[in-house]
Ligand binder design. Structure first.
Ligand code: FES
Length: 106
């Protein structure tokens, strides 16, 4: 069953970068891009390592994306869908901000 978990404060995140957090035994990669928070699974399914939080983030073809530090595949930050490889998806998690605290649904 999924529930909303408080992960950190907004001030713990760095604009234009990612951080990893352990939530319910799952490594989550949190990103802050243009003031918006995104949460994806930290596990790179192609590179097979927990590295997504170290990926570069930005805008690709008008979509917010993170590039895996390993194979450099690009994933949409909103949906987790790989923009380069059909059928590859990172799990994404709904994010809510309350009083500058970050909550994700896992
Ligand atoms: S690997 Fe990123 S655009 Fe092709």
């Amino acid at each position: 069953m999924s529930e909303w978990i408080e992960v950190c404060g907004l001030q713990d995140l760095v604009e234009g970068a990612g951080v990893a957090a352990l939530v319910k035994d799952t490594q989550i990669a949190l990103f802050l891009l243009a003031g918006k928070v995104y949460a994806l699974n930290n596990y790179d399914p192609v590179g097979k390592a927990n590295v997504m939080s170290r990926g570069m983030i930005g805008d690709l073809k008008g979509q917010p994306m993170v590039a895996s530090p390993l194979q450099k595949l690009h994933y949409n930050l909103e949906t987790g869908a790989c923009m380069d490889k059909e059928g590859v998806v990172l799990q994404n998690y709904p994010v809510q901000l309350k009083n500058n605290r970050v909550f994700i649904e896992v």
